[in-house]
Each structure stands twice: as C-alpha cells, then as structure tokens.
Design a protein around this ligand. Structure first.
Ligand SMILES: Cc1cc2nc3c(=O)[nH]c(=O)nc-3n(C[C@H](O)[C@H](O)[C@H](O)COP(=O)(O)O)c2cc1C
Ligand code: SF4
Length: 415
C-alpha cells in the first residue's frame, strides 16, 4: 500500500502482491547476512537504535538480547513469535508472507547473539500464507544455518502468543501461560534459556545489523525515531497494513487511507489490549510507543481501529470484552470469572438492560482483576475497559439510566 506517509524499510522490495521474496532476490537487494565477529557489537547497535519490541509490550530489544547473552552458558533457544492471535492485527502474518528471509535473518542473528543452538518458528496455524512462506524459506536455508530450526504451528487463540504460553506449547502441547518465575529467559524451551521475540522486531534487527543504529534513527517524524508496521481498520476507505514513520499522527494515517475526522468518533489504539481514545485526542496523536506511553495510551502491536461516527462505543466495547473473556486460558479465577462478569455487565449496559449498579460494578471489577493472573491477559483487558469508561463514560451512564443509546438514538430492545 502506498501513501504519502508510508515509508518502506521492512516492506521495501518487490510489490507486496508478488508474494514471498525469494532468497536470491532478498540477497540481491540487501546482501549477505552480516557476520559479527563479536555479537555484542550488534547488541550495542540495537541498544543505541532504541528499537522496542513490536509484539505488544514494547520492551527494548537490545536489552533483552544482552540479558539473555549474559545468562546462556552454551545452549539456548530463540522463539520467533508469529502467533498473531490479536483479531485486529495483520502485520505479522503479512511480513512473514512477503519477507520471510528478513525475518529469518533476524532470528539467526538473535541466535548468534545469545548463543542459541535452536530456533523455533512459532506461527498461528490460521496464517497459511505466512506458514507456507516461512516453511519454504527455512527449507531453502537449512544447510547454511548453524542452528537447528523448526516450525511449530501455534493453536488459534489470543493467549497462545503470550511468551510463556508459546514456550509451554512447544514443550508440552498446552498453549496456556505458566506462572513466572521462572521466566522463559531462565527456563524456556527444553528447560533452556529462551529468547521470545516478535517477527517484526527480528526483521528490524536484521536491517539494523546491516545499516546501523544511525540509519534506524534517521526515519521518524516530530522527534520520533524509526518506522513500524501498523494495521489500520474501521472507518476508512482503504484499510490494511502499512509501514509508517514513527510519529506519524493518527489523522495522517487515516487520511492516507481515505478516513475523515467527521467519519470517526473514537479510535482503539494498540489492539484489544490497548486503549480507546476520543477522536479529538487521537487525531493529532503521534503514533510512537514512548509518546503514547506518556499519555496513558498504548502503541501495542500497532493497531489503529477507527470507530465510525454513529456507532455505539458501549456496544463496541462489549464485543471486545466478550472476546477477551472467552479467550481467557481458564486457569486463574480472577481472569476466568472477572472478565466474564465485566463482559456480561458491559453487554447488559450496551443492550439497555443494565442491572442496578452495573456501571459501578464494571469499574470495581476492572480494578480488581488487574495483576491477578498468571499472565497479563486480565491487565490488558482491564486497560481497555478503563479507557472505555473514560472515553464513553457518559454513554455508559445514559444506556444504564434510560435503556437508550445516546449515539445511535435507538431505544434498545433487550435480546
Ligand atoms: C495475551 C497475550 C498475547 C500475546 N500474543 C502475542 C503474539 O501473538 N505475538 C507476539 O509477538 N507477542 C505476543 N504477546 C507478547 C509476548 O508475550 C512477548 O512479549 C513478545 O512476543 C516479545 O516479543 P517483542 O519483545 O519483540 O515484542 C502476547 C502477550 C499477551 C499477554
Ligand atoms: S491470567 Fe487468564 S489468560 Fe492468563 S494464564 Fe490466567 S486464566 Fe490464562
């Protein structure tokens, strides 16, 4: 997809509809994989670049590699996280489908840096084009890669991409998160120290290895540095994945895809674990993990979901909460029961059949589930719910008091 604000680095190369880039084309474009005599030099470059993980949590990539390298005593594992169970995200499957060798380059460099002798490529089984492209790329390079490398299909599900769930699935076939400690960086796949890294983070590491940290930082708008893949959905004529310079505003991205502020009433940023922002707050917001963090918003995995004008925010939130409640891995009480209770109450409010005190209960239960799971699933859900109450608070109250929607004007008939 081209637009005035797109900026292709990860997606540079052949047109995206020409499918997976071959190894020959990849090497003709970018040259061989750089060989770092001392892998710490690459870790220094990553640190200096400021590259943050692109799987959701935004942890500094260089710092993670350095910590793992210090811990490994000869054997370790790299997990390439391409699970992408987030319903609003398409960027990881797209990157794997079109630039599989760039992702593999990053995985190999990571393995060298942390002294790993095995690479596990973990891809959502529903992402067929990505699985096909990565499988072919791995087969093409099998003789030249020092590490053992294998592909594992991630089961469908939101939580299956969480780092401990991914490791648990590879070890036991059970994609439920496990309690930490131990962290996967201490005891992961096969009991070995394990680096779990998102596919976009790895692909970017492969570019920084070739071009350096100053090059990484030479892109970016309004003081931000670097580029990122974002998935733009909702009230927009041309939805899809695009690469943007960090700092590009939500409004600029929307306008590139044919979106107008008058057609949008709120934006969900970062994904289902992310945050709602009103269109007034979001339109001039620079998409940048650091800037967004200072404003209590999340970059997450780069979702920009534009809620169309005239659509009920309470109903949209109820749909997301029902999804998140259903995706609980079912092993921690506050997550299993708390998210269901919040989701059910939000649905009642949305449908105009709120029980007395439902809005207050939603607020209270949301604060109670935080930090109460083995993984961050309930924290992400609570963050989304808290932001919904901020942005659509009046709507929640109006629904609860009158049984009618202040946005659509509809008197809601309970199902
Ligand atoms: C419920 C849940 C689901 C997640 N799903 C994914 C996923 O599909 N892909 C991914 O890369 N990270 C996912 N993560 C984040 C991972 O736990 C981990 O932080 C990430 O893979 C690390 O890579 P990064 O530092 O490059 O972002 C998820 C986290 C949570 C809490
Ligand atoms: S917090 Fe929820 S999703 Fe995470 S492990 Fe517990 S039950 Fe599963």
């Amino acid at each position: 997809m081209t637009s005035s604000h797109s900026f292709d680095r990860l997606l540079a190369g052949p047109t995206l509809d020409s499918g997976a880039e071959t190894l020959a084309a990849h090497r003709a474009r970018l040259g061989d994989l750089p060989d770092f005599a001392d892998p710490r030099d690459l870790v220094d470059e990553l640190d200096a670049s400021g590259l943050l993980g692109r799987g959701g949590a935004g942890f500094p990539v260089g710092r993670k590699w350095r910590a793992l390298a210090a811990r490994t005593t000869g054997r370790a594992v790299v997990v390439v996280n391409g699970a992408e169970g987030e319903p609003a995200s398409f960027k990881d499957r797209m990157l794997m489908a079109v630039r599989p060798h760039l992702v593999l380059d990053g995985a190999i460099l990571a393995a060298e840096a942390v002294a790993a002798d095995e690479i596990v490529v973990y891809i959502g089984t529903e992402h067929e084009a990505a699985t096909e492209a990565m499988g072919q790329a791995m087969a093409t390079r099998i003789g030249e890669v020092r590490q053992r490398i294998r592909l594992v299909g991630a089961p469908i599900g939101y939580v299956a991409g969480e780092a401990t769930a991914a490791v648990n699935f590879v070890n036991t076939g059970d994609a439920r998160p496990t309690n930490t400690p131990p962290r996967v960086s201490e005891r992961g796949v096969g009991g070995l120290p394990t680096l779990v890294q998102n596919v976009e983070s790895l692909a970017y590491a492969a570019l920084i290895a070739r071009f350096g940290e100053a090059w990484y930082r030479s892109a970016g708008r309004y003081g931000s540095r670097g580029t990122a893949l974002v998935t733009v959905t909702g009230a927009i004529a041309r939805p899809g994945v695009r690469e943007i310079e960090l700092g590009t505003t939500v409004g600029e991205i929307a306008a590139d895809g044919g979106g107008q502020p008058t057609g949008v009433r709120a934006v969900v940023l970062g994904g289902y674990f992310g945050t709602w922002a009103s269109v007034a707050d979001a339109w001039d917001l620079p998409l940048d993990p650091v800037v967004m963090g200072t404003r209590g918003l999340t970059f997450g995995c780069g979702i920009v979901g534009l809620l169309p004008s005239g659509v009920c925010g309470v109903d949209a939130t109820a749909q997301i909460m029902a999804f998140l409640a259903a995706e609980s891995a079912g092993q921690c009480g506050p997550c299993v029961h708390g998210l269901k209770a919040i989701g059910d109450a939000t649905r009642r409010v949305a449908d105009g059949r709120a029980d007395r005190g439902d809005v207050g209960h939603i607020e209270r239960w949301t604060s109670l589930v935080q930090g109460r799971g083995a993984c961050h699933h309930p924290d992400g859900a609570a963050q989304l719910m808290t932001s919904a109450l901020d942005v659509f608070g009046d709507e929640f109250v109006h629904h609860a008091r009158t049984g009618a929607c202040s946005v659509t004007g509809a008197r809601i008939v309970a199902a």
